[in-house]
Design a protein around this ligand. Structure first.
Ligand SMILES: NC(=O)c1ccc[n+]([C@@H]2O[C@H](COP(=O)([O-])OP(=O)(O)OC[C@H]3O[C@@H](n4cnc5c(N)ncnc54)[C@H](OP(=O)(O)O)[C@@H]3O)[C@@H](O)[C@H]2O)c1
Length: 246
């Protein structure tokens, strides 16, 4: 029997992209998966079907992570249905790019609300409720380090997520809960691919010594390691999963 059997994982933003791959991987690893999404119910149901077809167990949970009450209700639901939560993967996020000179208030406010406050909301619940031996994995980005032009607000939210990762790993002393972040490089999802010219995509794909874009499954494999038994001694770290881009 898998060491993860009877464990419950919430994956935020799991209807598409990296989150969907993480949900499917954790389902295969034996976790019962709560597939959170914001608005795309059909895509979330599709992820559930794939997990079930592979022999796993999953349910959907609609909640805007920027809404603290909605996040609280999602954890309440998990507790009522499954008795508790063991793993939180804080994956929900958006990216809006512009130079500072061209950035409007909405660009800044939306990214702070979802990427930073959204992570704060879920981490606060996890800090109160995660069962002994639990795991928290936050999605940062390798733009924290690369710091390319146009990424100021996005990178700032992810730098904040990394800061909270370090602080929370210390606050949870004594409960055998690890808190880590994974910082992907360019990964082939809508968030990265949408509204970029093909030449820019090709150029970014060649930057890493491994000379390709990351795939959602590459990131899911790193999450699987941190969430599973072999990742138990890794705590308070940021793991850059990016093919060596930085
Ligand atoms: N792709 C990359 O190159 C890359 C690189 C580094 C880091 N990351 C990080 O990895 C994470 C996943 O990115 P991705 O590329 O997979 O993005 P994506 O393909 O755009 O998918 C985003 C997911 O987040 C959900 N979401 C958005 N706003 C939400 C909210 N307010 N509440 C709950 N869920 C919400 C979406 O749900 P709906 O379907 O319901 O809209 C969707 O499931 C993000 O944190 C991103 O910053 C991505």
């Amino acid at each position: 029997m898998s060491a993860n059997q009877n464990k419950v994982a919430i994956v935020t933003g799991a209807s598409r992209g990296i989150g969907a791959a993480i949900a499917e991987r954790l389902g295969k690893d034996g976790f019962t998966v709560i597939v959170n999404y914001a608005g795309n119910a059909a895509a979330a149901e599709d992820v559930i079907r794939k997990i079930e077809q592979a022999g796993g167990k999953a349910v959907t949970a609609q909640a805007d992570v920027a809404d603290a009450d909605a996040v609280r209700h999602m954890f309440d639901g998990a507790q009522a249905t499954f008795g508790g939560v063991d793993v939180l993967v804080n994956n929900a996020g958006i990216m809006r790019l512009a130079t500072l000179a061209d950035s409007d208030d909405a660009l800044f406010d939306q990214q702070v609300a979802i990427n930073l406050k959204g992570s704060f909301n879920t981490l606060r619940e996890a800090a109160k409720r995660l069962r002994e031996g639990g795991r928290i994995i936050n999605l940062s980005s390798s733009v924290v380090g690369l710091y390319q032009p146009t990424y100021a607000a996005y990178a700032a939210t992810k730098a904040g997520v990394e800061a909270i990762t370090h602080v929370l790993s210390k606050e949870l002393r004594g409960r055998n809960i690890t808190v880590n972040a994974i910082a992907p490089g360019p990964t082939a999802t809508a968030l990265f691919l949408d509204s970029k010219p093909q030449a820019v995509i090709d150029n970014l794909a060649k930057l890493a010594p491994l000379e390709r874009l990351g795939q959602p499954e590459d990131i899911a494999a790193a999450v699987s390691f941190l969430a599973g038994p072999d990742g138990g001694w890794i705590n308070g770290q940021v793991l850059r999963a990016n093919g060596g881009i930085i």
